[in-house]
Design a protein around this ligand. Structure first.
Ligand code: GLN
Ligand code: ZN
Length: 772
């Protein structure tokens, strides 16, 4: 029996975000191509060395990317849409980065508040979330007459590069079926999957070249195998891998991750591949079925270490569970559940974390060590790692018994929640009357989503304050001036419901996490979100509570300088949860409920301070949807319940708003209705209000602000086009229900864009009031 430790992929940004620095310098024209490629090469070499030093036997190559592995694949197979072809050779950086970000100047890098970039003259390819992660990939675009040819041989180049450095690697490629399932076509009714027969020769060509370069195994990623698949998609797997099996002399490790194979297990096990990787962190229950159904000569790779989270693995528990099965086959590989792309790189860089919390964590580098220890323990007996096991057991115990993870008060309170905590006192129809009587707003009231431009000065002041160069009094004076100016300007142009501008906030989740108990923040725990954009998600390690008010003082100041209603502005529990690393020792649902109680406390304090309107943003509610349809309702039920717990404590006349950064509500409209926010603002301008139909069909009774100003676009919208959008919305819904606002927060925009756009928006509201 042999057990081998294998890795599926390592973060590519570099421990100090070296890749971000290098890529952005290249974009800005401050570094040339050779410098960029040199940095990339050094990062790859260091990553390979690190994995070898950690005792990993199977080390991946081609997991590196300058921007995105899906984009790499699109370019590699020659799926380069015509608009990019004139920009350079198919394998040039000019074409590659144009597909990634459009052609634009370096400082024109604004996106929306949640970070989506925008294109310039030539638009970027569409970008979307990679399965249920916070990584975003570039959506492949294909046409019915799409041809394919190997346009780059990056996997071969990187394999050779590693070998020259003394590493015999296992190249990683994205599988053809998943790539096609992620692809889109502008041609209506065209199914990209029908291109499979044309695509396969390119993959066969690539595999042959990898073999000729000396590779013996290739990891071929097919995460789509954990999704709900059509029969056609399942059949595509059979034909694709039947075809690829004809390439002699190379073995495929088919990698599945992010969940259970479920009803695709039979298909996966029937494929003529040499190895199969399964995710046993997300789906430990599939082990028995996999063992029972796998051919004797199929090499199983068991995903045992969580590639999606930052917790130390319980090595003893893993040994207890997996030791007994090791004898059932001649060989196993053990691996992280998925690529480590989704974890920060190195815990050793964290010098400021509470040592107790730090002791509970493992980042990518530490996960490799766990994996190699586990490999030793499983193949040679656990006594060979007894010291490490003891230390590991100590931290696992310490975490389990710590008062930080067991706050009695929080737990008792959460256990006492009853149904009416999640129910407003009166139904909407009555509430809205009380609210209108108090607010006295015009038809089509105008407002904004919350943030105003985070200018260079704002960021400079924050960083000076963080570094201790600007004292707190000076920083707060600066913020008060910014806030007062933004408020005066909103009054001047005639906005009805004001915001304070969120200048004091670094980020809509971090700002709250830093003030809540149970959260920790890393210094270097960056994770790639897309391209050069990295995020540092908060770590929820303990029971969550709110020691003291978080936003009341700022709200109070803002309301004190105006008579118009000032919105209290909060991030909702589901969004805080979905944008954090969440503890794995209790359900997400439980953690979310604790956050909901903390936000509820804040809502009630804002109300007590006099806030008439409180907005609770749930930008990430939709993106938390599970991968499998069958799991949706359960998630939606507890997510909506959490939102309601946070909101429902207020009096009838206090108006609750929520905001969501998307427009696809068709499939979840019942749950959106169930949130029972008095007002919801959403993104619709790009869909020309057509996506409002979900609300129309549902006969959505509450108020709604369909964004009329597309803040993702560099264009400044005109009064006339926004008026037209409002008229369109007014035809679909009742004018009484409608609010007038942009699509999203304005923090990534510049004042010079925001000002004319909002003036035009107010004019559009006036014109529409007269017309409707
Ligand atoms: N209130 C937040 C802002 O305006 C909402 C951001 C978001 O939805 N992503 O920045
Ligand atoms: Zn938004």
């Amino acid at each position: 029996m042999s057990v081998t430790a294998a890795n599926l992929g390592f973060p590519r940004i570099g421990p100090r975000r070296e890749l971000k620095t290098a890529v952005e310098a290249y974009w800005a024209g401050k570094a040339d191509e050779a410098q960029l490629l040199d940095t990339a090469r050094r990062l790859r070499a260091a990553t390979w060395d690190r994995q070898k030093a950690a005792g990993i036997a199977v080390i991946p190559s081609n997991d590196f990317s300058l921007y995105d592995q899906v984009l790499d694949t699109s370019v590699m197979v020659g799926a380069i849409p015509d608009i990019y072809r004139g920009l350079g050779a198919p394998d040039s950086l000019a074409v590659y980065f144009a597909m990634a970000r459009g052609t634009r100047t370096a400082d024109d890098d604004a996106g929306c508040a949640h970070g989506h970039g925008k294109g310039g003259d030539v638009p970027a390819q569409e970008m979307t979330k990679w399965f249920d992660t916070n990584y975003h990939y570039m959506v492949p675009e294909v046409s019915p007459d799409q041809g394919f040819a190997l346009a780059t041989a990056k996997p071969v180049d990187h394999f050779r590069e590693a070998r020259a450095l003394g590493h015999h690697t296992r190249p990683v490629i994205l599988g053809p079926v998943t790539w096609l399932l992620l692809a889109k076509s502008k041609a209506e009714g065209f199914d990209p999957l029908s291109l499979l027969p044309r695509l396969l020769p390119v993959y066969a060509d690539l595999l042959g070249r990898l073999r000729d370069a000396g590779a013996d195994w290739v990891q071929i990623d097919e995460p789509a195998l954990v999704l709900d698949l059509s029969d056609a998609a399942r059949a595509a797997y059979v034909s694709a891998y039947g075809e690829l099996a004809k390439v002699d002399g190379i073995k495929l490790m088919l990698a599945t991750y992010f969940g259970a194979l479920g009803d695709n297990l039979k298909t996966a096990l029937s494929l003529p591949v040499a190895g199969l990787h399964v995710d046993l962190v997300r789906a430990p229950e599939q082990l028995d079925a996999v063992l029972a159904g796998a051919r004797k000569d199929l090499l199983l790779s068991l995903g045992l270490i969580d590639g999606r989270n930052i917790w130390k693995a319980d090595l003893t528990a893993l040994l207890d569970r997996y030791e007994p099965i090791m004898k059932s086959r001649s060989a196993f590989q053990i691996a992280p559940s998925c690529s480590l792309l989704h974890t920060p790189i190195d815990l050793a860089l964290e010098t400021k974390l509470d040592p107790q919390v730090k002791d509970w964590l493992a980042f990518a580098a530490q996960k490799l060590e766990e994996l190699s220890l586990l490999g030793l323990g499983l193949s040679n007996g656990r006594y060979v790692i007894s010291d490490e096991l003891l230390a590991n057991a100590d931290s696992i115990q310490g975490r389990r018994n710590s008062p930080l993870t067991n706050d009695r008060k929080v737990r008792d309170r959460a256990a006492r929640i009853t149904g009416d905590w999640a129910r407003r006192k009166a139904p909407f129809a009555d509430r809205i009357k009380a609210q209108q009587a108090r607010l006295n707003l015009p038809l089509l009231p105008t407002t904004t989503i919350g943030s105003f431009p985070q200018t260079a000065e704002v960021r400079k002041a924050r960083s000076a304050h963080d570094k201790g160069e600007l004292d707190t009094a000076g920083y707060e004076r600066f913020l008060r001036e910014e806030t007062a100016r933004a408020i005066a300007w909103q009054e001047e142009i005639g906005i009805d419901v004001l915001v304070h501008g969120e200048f004091e906030r670094n980020d809509m989740v971090q700002y709250f996490g830093e003030q809540l108990a149970g959260f920790a923040f890393s210094r270097a725990g960056w994770v790639q979100s897309y391209g050069s954009r990295c995020v540092r998600p908060p770590i929820i390690y303990g029971d969550v509570s709110r020691p003291k008010p978080m936003t009341v003082a700022w709200w109070h100041y803002a309301q004190s300088v105006t008579a118009r209603p000032m919105k209290g502005m909060l991030t909702g529990p589901v969004t805080i949860l979905n944008w954090s690393f969440v503890r794995d020792d209790q359900s997400r649902e439980e953690t979310c409920r604790q956050i909901a109680l903390a936000i509820r406390d804040e809502v009630l304090d804002l109300e007590a301070a006099g806030a008439r309107i409180i907005q609770i943003d749930e930008a990430a509610l939709r993106e938390g949807l599970p991968l499998r349809r069958a799991d949706w309702q359960h998630y939606l039920d507890w997510a909506v319940e959490s939102f309601r717990i946070s909101a429902a404590g207020v009096a009838d006349e206090t108006q609750i708003h929520t905001h969501m950064c998307y427009s696809e509500f068709n499939e979840i409209i019942d749950s959106i209705g169930a949130m029972d926010a008095d007002v919801i603002s959403i993104e619709t301008s790009r869909s020309k209000m057509e996506l409002l139909d979900a609300f129309v069909d549902y006969a959505y009774p509450n108020e709604i602000g369909p964004g009329v100003y597309d803040i993702h676009s560099p264009r400044i919208p005109t009064t006339r086009e926004m008026e037209a959008l409002l008229i369109k919305a007014g035809e679909r819904l009742s004018a009484r229900q409608l609010w007038v606002n942009p699509d999203c927060g304005l923090k990534t925009r510049k004042w010079e864009d925001v000002k004319p756009a909002l003036v035009a928006m107010v004019d559009a509201a006036k014109a529409a009031r007269a017309a409707l």
